[in-house]
Design a protein around this ligand. Structure first.
Ligand code: FDA
Ligand code: NAD
Length: 434
């Protein structure tokens, strides 16, 4: 059986792996020291592109255009770059067993990989409707979106079912971004989700009302307060109808499901401490096992700013946690110390002509400001979250780079506010003057 040994192994070849590789190269790496093992067939890329420009009908993005680290304005790391750095990219290779005590990984094809230091960067997988036993949920043309292969399959069927009907199940990130791109592809789109408004984990009712209004004006039908309980298929096994819990039936040529993600950590179950549904780490992304680090979607880490611990499923954290772990690894080797991770949550999304950013924590009272009329030619509005008399979170739709920087700054600095009414009147200028 083939056995390979490396000083550092990153298991998972997604966003965090790409940014960790760049940091290793920056810190100094000898050829053959680092391997990235990924079940995907391509070098690390900026996953957010998959639900946006990758699916555009025209002017679409394709690899190698969005390999890491272009998403944060950095250099594009092509497969050639890894070669030049002496980093082994072991692609199309799924790790099926991890033995942390023996510092060994086993692939589906039977290869054995040994390491001194391991970075777990396996990310998330999608929650499937078949997991809940939804009838007919294994019919053809019901799609989930996580990896480039999923996107490629969806594109094939978008072409085959031209101008057809699409039902989007879920009103979170995937739901809203896919609803928009399917409409841009000229599908007749319906969206179904159980909550009273979209993105309830982040959006207030006021924020959601804008996006729901905007989507409705684009011709997207929004059906709230119910779920998909079954699918019927035609003679070819292709989805035909979506049955809703409230009794309605929607015709569908394509269904896209986005009902949440689940961190991929089964390989390490029982071998490493867990917390809040993720692998427990410290402010350097060290796990409970020596020389094993966990970054990105799988890591539950101390959120210094709020004095608690959290898991974050967003790209900015995947990038930064990866960099932090590599800095920590190198500092440990050199007997040096680095500062603990001090993360300011940053989430964003784009759809149609819209673009929003959010920084901080969405807890406490909220104040909405600006023009949130979905029919405005250039809507620009936002919201502050206020807790214990201080601004702790800020959201902005349609901001320019300076304004986005201002809301990031305000969420970090947490200035006190006099009154909510004054804050509402001042709106964005309150953030811009800080
Ligand atoms: P990531 O999922 O990127 O990578 C994990 C890698 O590990 C994958 O390559 C996987 O194949 C591999 N792997 C898993 N198990 C393995 C095994 N056993 N053996 C080998 N390889 C294995 N966030 C945001 O802030 N803004 C945005 O706009 C978007 N948009 C977006 C769109 C879509 C379609 C998705 C799915 C997600 C987003 N996100 C996002 C979330 C963001 O992409 C996500 O948080 C990061 O990709 C997480 O980075 P990781 O490296 O942790 O996992
Ligand atoms: P999500 O958690 O954002 O949304 C899940 C949504 O599923 C809920 O809001 C709810 O409306 C819906 N839901 C739950 N059960 C349902 C059911 N039975 N029927 C219908 N709807 C149901 O998850 P997602 O949108 O699937 O995204 C998956 C992952 O990808 C997440 O980690 C997310 O952070 C990431 N992602 C992020 C972005 C971004 O940051 N812009 C974009 C795409 C994906």
């Amino acid at each position: 059986m083939a056995e390979k040994s490396f000083k550092y192994v990153i298991v998972g070849g997604g966003v965090a792996a790409g940014y960790a590789a760049r940091e290793f190269a920056k810190q100094g790496l000898k050829p053959g020291e680092l391997a990235i093992i990924s079940k995907e067939a391509v070098a690390p890329y900026e996953r957010p592109a998959l639900s946006k420009a990758y699916l555009f009908p025209e002017g679409f993005a394709r690899l190698p255009g969005f390999h890491c680290c272009v998403g944060s304005g950095g250099e594009r790391l092509l497969p050639q770059w890894y070669k030049e750095q002496g980093i082994e990219l072991i692609l199309s290779t799924e790790i099926v067993k991890a033995d942390l005590a023996a510092q060994t990984l086993l692939s589906a094809a039977g290869e054995v990989f040994k390491y001194h230091v391991l970075i777990i960067a396996t990310g998330s997988t999608v929650i499937r409707l078949t997991d809940f036993g939804v009838q007919g949920a294994d019919s053809k043309n019901i799609f989930y979106l996580r990896e480039i292969d999923d996107a490629n399959k969806l594109i094939e069927v978008i072409k085959a079912k031209k101008n057809g009907k699409c039902v989007i199940v879920g009103g979170g990130y995937i739901g809203l971004e896919l609803g928009a791109v399917m409409k841009m592809n000229n599908f007749d789109v319906s969206m179904v989700y159980p909550e009273p408004w979209c993105m309830p984990r982040l959006f207030t009712a006021d924020i959601a009302a804008f996006y729901e209004g905007y989507y409705a004006n684009k011709g997207i039908k929004i059906i709230k307060g119910t779920v998909a309980v079954g699918f019927t298929a035609d003679a070819n096994g292709e989805v035909k109808d979506v049955k809703l819990k409230d009794g309605r039936v929607l015709e569908a040529d394509i269904v896209v499901v986005g009902v949440g993600g689940r961190p991929l950590m089964t390989l390490f179950k029982g071998q490493v401490e867990e917390e809040k549904g993720g692998i427990k780490t410290d402010g350097f992304f060290k796990t409970s096992v020596p020389d094993v680090y966990a970054v990105g979607d799988v890591a539950t880490f101390p959120m210094k700013l709020y004095g608690d611990i959290r898991r974050v499923e967003h790209v900015d954290h995947a990038r930064k946690s990866a960099e932090q772990s590599v800095k920590a690894i190198k500092a440990t080797e050199e007997g040096k110390s680095i500062d603990e991770y001090d993360y300011l949550p940053y989430f964003y999304s784009r759809s149609f002509d819209l673009s929003w950013q959010f920084y901080g924590d969405n807890v406490g009272d909220t104040v909405l400001f600006g023009d949130n009329n979905p029919t405005s030619p250039k809507p620009k509005f936002g919201s502050y979250w206020i807790k214990n008399g201080k601004i702790v979170g800020a959201f902005l739709e349609g901001g320019n780079p300076e304004e986005n920087k201002a809301i990031a700054k305000i969420a970090r600095l947490q200035p006190p506010v006099e009154g909510l009414e004054e804050l509402k009147n001042e709106g964005l200028s309150f953030a811009c003057k800080i």
